[in-house]
Design a protein around this ligand. Sequence first.
Ligand SMILES: *[C@@H]1O[C@H](CO)[C@@H](O)[C@H](O)[C@H]1NC(C)=O
Ligand SMILES: *[C@@H]1O[C@H](CO)[C@@H](O)[C@H](O)[C@H]1NC(C)=O
Ligand SMILES: *[C@@H]1O[C@H](CO)[C@@H](O)[C@H](O)[C@H]1NC(C)=O
Ligand SMILES: *[C@@H]1O[C@H](CO)[C@@H](O)[C@H](O)[C@H]1NC(C)=O
Length: 482
Amino acid sequence: MGIFVIVVSIICFMLVAVRSNNIIGANWGTQATHPLAPDRVVGMLRQNGFQKIKLFDADYGTLQALSKSGIEVMVGIPNDMLATLATSMKAAEKWVAKNVSSHVSTNGVNIRYVAVGNEPFLQTYNGTFLRTTFPALRNIQSALIKAGLGTQVKVTVPLNADVYESSSTLPSGGDFRADIHDLMLAIVKFLNDNGAPFTVNIYPFISLYIDPNFPVEYAFFDGNSSPVIDGQLSYTNMFDANHDTLVWALERNGYGNIPIIVGEIGWPTDGDRNANLQYAQRFSQGFMSHINKGTPKRPSPLNAYLFSLIDEDAKSIDPGNFERHWGIFYIDGLPKYQLNLGTTNTGTLVAARGITYQSKRWCVMSPSAKLEDPEVAPAVSYACSLGDCTSLGYGTSCGNLDARGNISYAFNSYYQINNQREIACKFPNLSIVTKTDPSTRSCRFGIMIEPYYGASGEHRVKWLQKLSSLVVSFVFLLLSSL
Ligand SMILES: *[C@@H]1O[C@H](CO)[C@@H](O)[C@H](O)[C@H]1NC(C)=O
Ligand SMILES: *[C@@H]1O[C@H](CO)[C@@H](O)[C@H](O)[C@H]1NC(C)=O
Ligand SMILES: *[C@@H]1O[C@H](CO)[C@@H](O)[C@H](O)[C@H]1NC(C)=O
Ligand SMILES: *[C@@H]1O[C@H](CO)[C@@H](O)[C@H](O)[C@H]1NC(C)=O
């Protein structure tokens, strides 16, 4: 009996251990006006069965919240730190001591990877990080070894899929981009020598976004697309083809067996005509059914992190308005759509718990205000520049509002982001506060959660002060222009 129990528990343990490797991870970014408190997010991760998380920095409060959670952590080094870490071994040692060692030893944080930089070779960076990334990677690796963490914590560099290309448009033509070919080989050799993985971010959505002729079905995993035949292999979705272009590039250069991590994979839900709940659900669920199968050239389970966990309403929208809508959860921790990660009993996403909202109040265009009022345009453009109007526009969730609805949406966004301060709904003679929810079936006029002034609260308070002084000067400007 006793032996039986032990054997059963060993088998269960092994199953869990094997399973946990392939369980999906998530990216946890924090560029939000009202980020959820880190312990709420960690609660949410556990409720949803996430066992690994990828971070873009090494925020103390975030790592603290992950302490003793058992969740595997990939901490990130932002690109703007690469130059310092490349030139100074001391800086690298300090970074590791402060942002890895202390969390591992005193706080029980299960750090497993350090991501050195984030897509540093992206073509839009014009080569800014070409000379610093590899030296920074080497220094961090040496610092990890020196700190006795060389086997436990692996380095990697999350790269955009634009570091490789195919000479033939087929995966089998894959090789690294000509302008960084030697650098890529040096990095891959280094990762391989240190038992570290290659990390790549793959975005079928972006392909569809930049190329109106991209075949929509090829972005998804349903197999509806007419197959692309590459020798013995057949491809019906872009993810597989792109991933295998990398596998070929690695194999061509002698590293066909290096482990690959898919650092970011996902679909946004707003801000573009192809960014909506239906497509996002279809893509994410399709990926989840695909994850254990792998790709035609590497038919073994994928190690991947969804992009992303929660929306970030303060992200730069240079790449596009969709940037603020990658979450599988809204900014308040509510699930956006039905997604079965295979990790919960219910097979659905579980909302964050213990969230407190601000009052049910909205700022809208005053019924007495006139659309022709010349103050409307500057007021809206001001509200949108400091608020978030990425859900307005063709094919977006609020794209069907009429002109007054549009203006109200802009005013409200600004008002909520400013924590419903009275002064943030004082667009002269244009705006009023209402207790009637202006939301429509597809368009959410959101209410923010109570702001979190935790570990990094200082930063946020300063940011809010800056905003409110801007509000004051704006109102002043409007008044003085009369
Ligand atoms: C630790 O990481 C944080 C967040 O990325 C960074 O601001 C800080 O400079 C790092 N500490 C050291 C000693 O490098
Ligand atoms: C890259 O170069 C282009 C064209 O010269 C410029 O517009 C852009 O701002 C540059 N980007 C960065 C990140 O330096
Ligand atoms: C609402 O705003 C969006 C985005 O600014 C614009 O494209 C659209 O034409 C506006 N709709 C109306 C009815 O004004
Ligand atoms: C607001 O409207 C009132 C009455 O129509 C007018 O007297 C006042 O000048 C307006 N104020 C501004 C700031 O436009």
